[in-house]
Design a protein around this ligand. Structure first.
Ligand SMILES: Nc1ncnc2c1ncn2[C@@H]1O[C@H](COP(=O)(O)OP(=O)(O)OP(=O)(O)O)[C@@H](O)[C@H]1O
Ligand SMILES: [Mg+2]
Length: 388
């Protein structure tokens, strides 16, 4: 487990600790403000954020998103509760270790890019390394590498004002990645960008994440963005956690009217992808399997077909009849008896899969990763429950 948030309370005002008892006894945000002039930022938040996930925090303005994320690198101290990262209580870190933690383990990408105007793109990108005291040559090499990764090779010597908003935010992302942090905090990082560029940035983040497997905490108030990016989504209202779940759970079982209000306007077929309707393969055999084995396996499971894999790649399907035919023919392998399968990549939008399903007459559609590796099948059941 990467980040554990344990019963975090944050009260803003002159004497926050003095108000804690009232909040714990059930006083809400409005009443607390009326009665004491204190603002309830967060009210008993507990969350587990797994390693390698994109964890999205959503909610209306003032719901406490920024307050929560700022606890993770201790820009904000909680009034009560604990943040535990990699088993270490962040609140208990002595000053020097905290500094070290901020420099090496965690980076933040800001909504307004936060670039230094008088430094070149390269120097902006290398800034975190400079603070760490890394030498010039190594800084330039690493910053150059990450600029290339975000598509900005050739812009190293330019200055922020010479770049578009989208490009500036790519610099912000490259800068955050250059120190190779384990955790990336992104507070409305794409919200200032116009819709097309924003989508490009989302795609880029997902693509990078496939290689990097960072723990990413991403704040947004846009459910489309949350659904596209999030492995899990937490929804805050008035400092309280209303729901945590997978994108599918949020869409199918909104916890209350507040979540429902977010959910109702979403074009699900456009934001959800094959990865959201994935069903694992029930039965697989390898290309090297003998027809005898395949026949036995299919009979044992009373299955009409099995997937045939060569390493991670799906080669096709073998049906009971064809496996039997291979056996009768005394064939060495199943290779010449396979049926071909339609397949889609896991990031294909449901909108593009629906016509395939209809024209495929109920035949299964395989889902593959970017590398072509087999991941499972499109579940028609899940698909219908999500888009119908
Ligand atoms: N430094 C502060 N002093 C007093 N109140 C604060 C402070 N920071 C935040 N708050 C209050 O805490 C609550 C949560 O604010 P926060 O900035 O975390 O919301 P948010 O969800 O990030 O909103 P937005 O979408 O507008 O960025 C709000 O009521 C806000 O007024
Ligand atoms: Mg905020």
């Amino acid at each position: 487990m990467k980040i554990q948030v344990k019963n975090i309370y944050k009260i803003f005002g002159n004497k926050p600790e003095a108000q804690l008892g009232k909040v714990k006894a059930g006083m809400g945000k409005e009443a607390l403000l009326d009665e004491t002039g204190h603002t309830l930022g967060l009210n008993d938040i507990s969350l587990d954020i797994e390693e390698g996930q994109i964890f999205v925090i959503m909610g209306l303005s003032g719901s406490g998103k920024s307050t929560l994320i700022r606890h993770f690198n201790r820009l904000i101290e909680p009034t009560d509760g604990h943040i535990i990262i990699n088993g270490q209580d962040v609140m208990a870190l002595p000053e020097r270790e905290l500094e070290d933690f901020r420099r090496h383990k965690i980076s933040m990408v800001f909504q307004r890019f936060g670039l230094l105007p008088h430094k070149s793109v390269l120097d902006n990108t290398a800034y975190g390394l400079q603070i760490q005291g890394v030498g010039k040559a190594e800084r330039a090499e690493k910053a150059g590498y990450w600029l290339e990764q975000v598509g900005l090779k050739g812009f190293e010597e330019q200055y922020p004002h010479q770049l578009s908003g989208g490009m500036q935010q790519r610099v912000g992302l490259a800068r955050a990645l250059t120190t190779d942090p384990e955790i990336l905090l992104m507070d409305e990082a794409f919200s200032a960008l116009d819709p097309l560029i924003r989508r490009e940035m989302q795609d880029q983040l997902l693509e990078l994440q496939q290689k990097l497997h960072k723990t990413i905490v991403f704040i947004t108030h846009d459910l489309d963005e949350a659904l596209r990016l999030g492995d899990r989504i937490a929804i805050l209202r008035d400092g309280e956690l209303v729901q945590v779940g997978s994108p599918e759970e949020i869409l199918l079982k909104p916890a209350d009217d507040y979540v429902q209000a977010f959910v109702q306007d979403v074009n699900r077929a456009r934001v959800l992808t094959a990865s959201h309707v994935l069903a694992p393969a029930k039965l697989t055999v390898t290309l090297k399997s003998k027809p005898q084995q395949a026949v036995e396996l299919l009979k044992e499971h009373s299955s009409e077909y099995a997937c045939v894999l060569d390493g991670t790649q799906l080669k096709g399907l073998i049906t009971v009849l064809d496996a039997q035919r291979a056996l009768n023919d005394n064939a060495d392998s199943l290779a010449n008896y396979l049926s071909s399968v339609e397949s889609v990549r896991s990031d294909t939008e449901l909108e593009q899969i629906l016509p395939n399903i209809l024209s495929n007459n109920g035949a299964p559609i395989a889902v593959t990763g970017k590398d072509g590796g087999f991941k499972g099948w499109v579940s028609c059941e899940k698909l219908i429950s999500l888009v119908a």
